[in-house]
Design a binder for this molecule. Structure first.
Ligand SMILES: [Fe+2]
Ligand SMILES: [Fe+2]
Length: 273
């Protein structure tokens, strides 16, 4: 089978919901979805209703938009409970989540482990002379503030950095155990796992909301043959220590309409050879 990936479907946008219907069916292949399907339960349901019949298997990880709690959407769950709500929707559709055992599959004839991760950010993608407590104010100096600051609640953790650290510690232990057999791994996360992948030329200080330094050596430690992520809305492929790192986002209509003629241009094949 072949492995495909996409991220940041942002189905809150009508043009993206329309585009979704044009996804080419690949019933023998797997599709990794690297977060930001949308903010509401209905967005996840629409994605899975459309895509589960078109692929052999879907794999999902949460983006920041899935973790938003919007009072007007009727969602009451906050923080970890909001994440669990998304996981339970995935389970209804048979979609693999970070809470499931990591699947081992043959991709292009090579056995690989697919590791969906739910790792967030902790403001550590900031210059060394900016203190943790000053990171959001430092970004604000350049006129930016991520909407997450008002829309993501981190219950039961005191803040995003604690939640991120807890997720990293638990995931690291799981990966350590799972990867002891030496199989190559595809690491799937909404955020890049390395600082130098979180480069946003137009809004450089937005990087503080784009990942954590806690994962900087995971591609080496866990035998990665590919890292797949989204969030930046800047599709790229870069090599880190020889490991291909794919940013696979679709993005908002004004973004993808500049470079894609259909959503299929955003669905990237991930090779592991
Ligand atoms: Fe996004
Ligand atoms: Fe995002």
């Amino acid at each position: 089978m072949k492995l495909y990936a996409v991220a940041d479907l942002h189905l809150g946008a009508a043009a993206n919901r329309e585009a979704l219907d044009g996804v080419i069916p690949r019933p023998d292949d797997w599709l990794l979805i690297a977060g930001d399907i949308g903010e509401k339960r209905e967005h996840l349901e629409l994605a899975f209703e459309t895509l589960t019949p078109r692929f052999r298997q879907l794999v999902w990880v949460p983006g920041n938009h899935e973790l938003w709690t919007l009072p007007q959407s009727g969602a009451l769950a906050r923080g970890h409970a909001k994440y669990e709500e998304c996981v339970s929707i995935c389970q209804r559709y048979g979609v693999v989540t970070p809470e499931d055992p990591y699947p081992v599959v043959d991709v292009d004839g090579r056995r690989v482990r697919i590791a969906p991760l739910a790792l967030f950010y902790d403001y550590s993608f900031r210059p060394a002379d900016v203190a943790f407590a000053d990171a959001v104010a430092w970004a604000r100096e350049s006129g930016i503030r991520c909407a997450d600051e008002d829309r993501i609640h981190t219950d039961p953790y005191p803040d995003m950095a604690y939640w991120c650290q807890a997720r990293c510690e638990a995931t690291e232990a799981r990966l350590h155990q799972a990867c002891a057999d030496g199989l190559p791994t595809v690491l799937l996360n909404h955020y890049p796992l390395r600082d130098e992948l979180a480069r946003l030329p137009r809004v450089p200080r937005f990087a503080i909301w784009c990942g954590t330094r806690l994962t900087e050596d995971w591609h080496r430690r866990f035998n990665a043959v590919a890292m797949v992520y989204g969030h930046l809305h800047i599709p790229t492929r870069q090599l880190i220590d020889g490991v291909p790192c794919h940013e696979v986002s679709f993005g908002y209509p004004k973004q993808w309409q500049r470079w894609a003629s259909s959503i299929n241009d955003a669905i990237r094949q991930i090779r592991v050879g």
